[in-house]
Ligand binder design. Structure first.
Ligand code: NDP
Length: 275
């Protein structure tokens, strides 16, 4: 008898989570069955109640339900509280344990898979939404020389920087102030690339050996990555590694076994071709 897990989102047709977790289960011999649930907008709690009643053991949560999951949880980890959003839950009787593995997944991808240390490097974080909030604490824990956050709504960048200034060297700046300061690692944690939009940044933000990391995945050469390439950056990556690494963290949390992420990342990697 398999244990039941799922991902819930809306829309959900694009999700790679069943493929990822099924590959992890086969690799580790864990008896799990993993499906995808399209929750109706406004119907998150009802869908999760039904899943639990059917014996569901845990869920991944994707857009637009990460805040609903935060509200639904009874026990939030520090990472979930910091992100203000939940992307994984497990059920234990009446308790709903909730975590957010996006940030730790991103940092694992950068350090382990891409062999790019964060320690001592200058990091630019574009965006101040849920993904950026989740990413900031594990990035600061790696002891970068400096982190700068910029966001379209500047107040959100400032608020985020202020909330973590006691844990490391982090500041907020406006897009317009980003001149003549090259960064070693630039993370696009905005959703601008989802709609093919360019960010108002100058080409001089890219240091010669810069890692340009687009959190959106599977979209080929996004406007951000195109801009990085056109300014001489050779290390261009999208968020497929982050996606698989956050899934692996949830798998470990649920099952107590760490899967090998490399073959799954290779399987899901889409070449960064011109869109
Ligand atoms: P949120 O909706 O919480 O935040 C969106 C962010 O993007 C905000 O900072 C917003 O700025 C900014 N933004 C949106 N449109 C524009 C624009 N046209 N120009 C400039 N800034 C813009 O989303 P998330 O933080 O949850 O996700 C961000 C991206 O990261 C998404 O594209 C998502 O797909 C990706 N992601 C990838 C993951 C992976 O596993 N690879 C995991 C999680 C997220 P403002 O505050 O001003 O509105």
């Amino acid at each position: 008898m398999s244990d039941l897990y799922a991902v819930i989102g809306n829309p959900i047709g694009h999700t790679k989570s069943p493929l990822i977790h099924t590959a992890f289960a086969e690799q580790t011999g864990q008896p799990i069955h993993y499906t995808a649930i399209e929750g109706s907008l406004g119907g998150f709690a009802g869908a999760v109640d039904a899943f639990r009643a059917a014996g569901g053991r845990g869920l991944n949560i994707t857009a637009p339900f990460k805040l609903d999951a935060f509200a639904y949880a009874t026990d939030l980890t520090a990472a979930a509280q910091v992100a203000g959003a939940v992307n994984a839950m497990k059920f234990d009787g009446d308790r709903v344990l909730a975590d957010n593995f996006d940030g730790v997944g991103l940092v694992r991808d950068i350090i382990h898979n891409l062999a790019c240390p964060i320690a001592g490097r200058c990091v630019l974080l574009l965006g101040a939404g849920g993904a950026a909030r989740g990413a900031l604490p594990p990035i600061l824990a790696e002891k970068p020389s400096h982190v700068v956050i910029v966001n379209r709504t500047f107040a959100k960048a400032r608020q985020l920087a202020e909330a973590f200034a006691h844990t490391g060297p982090v500041d907020a700046e406006a897009y317009s102030a980003l001149r003549d300061q090259p960064f070693d690692i630039i993370l696009n944690a905005t959703s601008a690339s989802q709609c093919g939009e360019f960010l108002p940044v100058h080409g001089d933000i890219f240091a010669p050996d810069c890692l340009a990391y687009e959190l959106v995945y599977g979209k080929g050469l996004t406007p951000f990555l195109k801009m990085a390439r056109d300014n001489g950056v050779r290390r261009l990556v999208d968020g497929v590694g982050m996606l698989v690494e956050q899934a692996a963290e949830a798998f470990v949390w649920w099952r107590g076994v760490r899967p090998d992420t490399r073959p799954v990342i290779e399987k899901l990697t889409v070449p960064l071709l011109e869109a």
